[in-house]
Design a protein around this ligand. Structure first.
Ligand code: ADP
Length: 485
């Protein structure tokens, strides 16, 4: 079976969030299981070509945007993830400081940038005679591919019969553009219809993917159900419910060659569940980086996150004085909306002995937080899968989470009597509930021997890709059956 995996970000080349981690690890696992798979993404200016052994194929492709034919060079790398990654190089579109926009907002030409990406992927298939059985698309940035396959390219002999599987990593990001951008897509106004791309008078890329893909997945079973409700559906709950027979939840896995304290070169001292002594050195190192008192007996809570409304930081804002009154320390690493930058920096100024904040995107510090924290906090309003809580388990940072989406699927609440469970979970979106959960964490921490035993147990839990990768292969087969019916 031949698959082309299309993503707008792939680790380690370019990353803003969990999509990149998935795109950087799932294809390798699928290849190990015998799938002939390559990855394709834009060549952003910030990608380090030399470091990743990326080179030109000396071939160009041309794709239509508006009434123009636009050219891109195709680059490739075979050195990362054990999989060939192709890159679409068009500097006007992709040689920018960021991937999608700045803290002030999205790039105003994102409709054109990603329309081109979608068409360029299809033109790549033709020019390189790639002939996939399945194109696996991810998120709104690739969601026009199934639309083009079923319209513009439907009679193109090079692309007929190609099946599509779409993975929605976060329904809230839909690729919404005003109606006047329709000519950029070159699809015809008949597609600007509420059954297809139109969404409250806007173009909605993600909706196009949901309507036209053969199979749809999202990244946890719970989230696949949640998004069919008005509370989590972001206005697309009806469209998703219409396709519920083709909608599946497949939990993300982890690349333990990257997120593993027994092999991690980015942390102060390696450790594992058999020998967790290095964890203390990692905690000390983290306290030093964050300029916090090096107290070994205080529980340390870590946060690594995009700073967006989704992540539940308004609960922390409401409870911060009560949280800071407890015997604990907290470190935060994140970037995103300015209001959260200001908020966390104000907390750090007010409680310099207890709260350390870095407004930055920094992979090394992210690893150090996993390694040095006793607990990891994710009070998300919603969370499609969440990866950090899964990484935290491996690093022995016991997750404190809100029971939503993938957080609910991966974390089982600790029973104080039986000690069963792998984290602390609260259900109601309420700052008192959050505070109670943190207090429960401190109680658990207070019994040093029991806490250490718990920590060793959670470090053993395995969320590697193999099970989920097999599910994807079965769903690829389902998608292929649909195109042959
Ligand atoms: P989301 O995809 O919603 O951002 P996930 O938990 O699925 O959330 O994945 C987040 C990924 O991005 C993790 O690998 C996390 O370590 C990383 N990450 C998020 N913010 C930062 C940051 N400021 N610095 C370094 N890594 C970050």
């Amino acid at each position: 079976m031949k698959v082309l995996f299309v993503a707008s970000e792939v680790a380690p080349f370019a990353k803003t969030g969990g999509l990149a981690d998935v795109a950087g690890s799932l294809p390798g696992e699928l290849k190990n299981l015998g799938i002939d798979i390559s990855v394709i993404m834009p060549l952003y200016g910030k990608i380090d070509i030399k470091k990743h052994g990326i080179r030109s194929t000396r071939k160009k492709i041309t794709a239509q945007v508006r009434d123009n034919m636009v050219t891109a060079d195709i680059y490739k790398s075979d050195t990362v993830n054990n999989v060939t990654t192709y890159f679409i190089k068009n500097d006007d579109y992709y040689d920018r400081e960021q991937l999608y926009g700045t803290p002030d907002g999205d790039y105003p030409d994102n409709c054109e940038r990603f329309t081109f990406f979608n068409r360029a992927v299809l033109e790549f298939c033709k020019a390189f005679k790639y002939n996939p059985d399945v194109i696996h698309i991810n998120d709104w940035q690739a969601s026009l591919i199934p639309v083009y396959l079923k319209t513009t390219y439907k009679d193109d002999p090079a692309l007929t019969g190609v099946a599509t599987l779409m993975t929605v990593h976060n329904l809230a990001y839909q690729g919404l553009f005003w109606a006047y951008d329709m000519p950029i897509l070159n699809l015809g106004w008949d597609l600007f219809h509420h059954k297809y791309l139109e969404f409250y008078n806007n173009i909605n890329f993600l909706k196009g993917g949901i309507v036209f893909s053969d199979v749809i997945t999202t990244v946890s079973a719970k989230y696949s159900k949640e998004i069919q409700t008005a509370e989590f559906g972001c206005g697309l709950e009806g469209v998703l419910a219409d396709r519920k027979d083709d909608l599946h939840g497949v939990l993300n896995g982890v690349d333990y060659s990257v997120w593993n304290p027994s092999t991690d070169d980015l942390i102060a001292q390696k450790f594992n569940f058999k020998n967790d002594k290095g964890k203390a050195a990692c905690k000390k190192d983290l306290q030093k980086i964050y300029d916090l008192p090096q107290k070994t007996n205080l529980p340390l809570i870590g946060i690594i996150s995009r700073l967006a409304d989704q992540k539940g930081f308004d609960l922390i804002a409401e409870a911060i004085d009560n949280i800071a009154a407890l015997d604990l320390q907290m470190v935060v690493l994140g970037t995103g909306e300015q209001k959260y930058h200001d908020m966390f920096e104000a907390f750090a100024r007010k409680y310099p002995e207890k709260i350390g904040v870095k407004i930055a995107y920094d992979n090394t510090i992210a690893h150090k937080i996993e390694a040095g924290s006793d607990f990891f906090l994710m009070p998300s309003r919603y969370e499609p899968c969440g990866l950090n809580q899964i990484y935290s388990l491996k690093y022995g940072a016991v997750p404190i989470v809100r029971a939503t989406g993938g957080l609910d699927d991966t974390i089982k609440n600790i029973n104080l009597k039986t000690r069963a469970g792998n984290g602390i979970k609260f259900t109601k979106y309420d700052s008192n509930e959050l505070l109670k959960a943190i207090k429960k964490a401190l109680t658990i921490y207070g019994n040093k021997k029991a806490f250490r035993a718990l920590r060793k147990e959670v470090m053993k839990i395995d969320f590697s890709w193999s099970r989920s990768a097999k599910k994807y292969i079965n769903l690829y087969k389902n998608a292929m059956k649909k195109t042959t019916v």
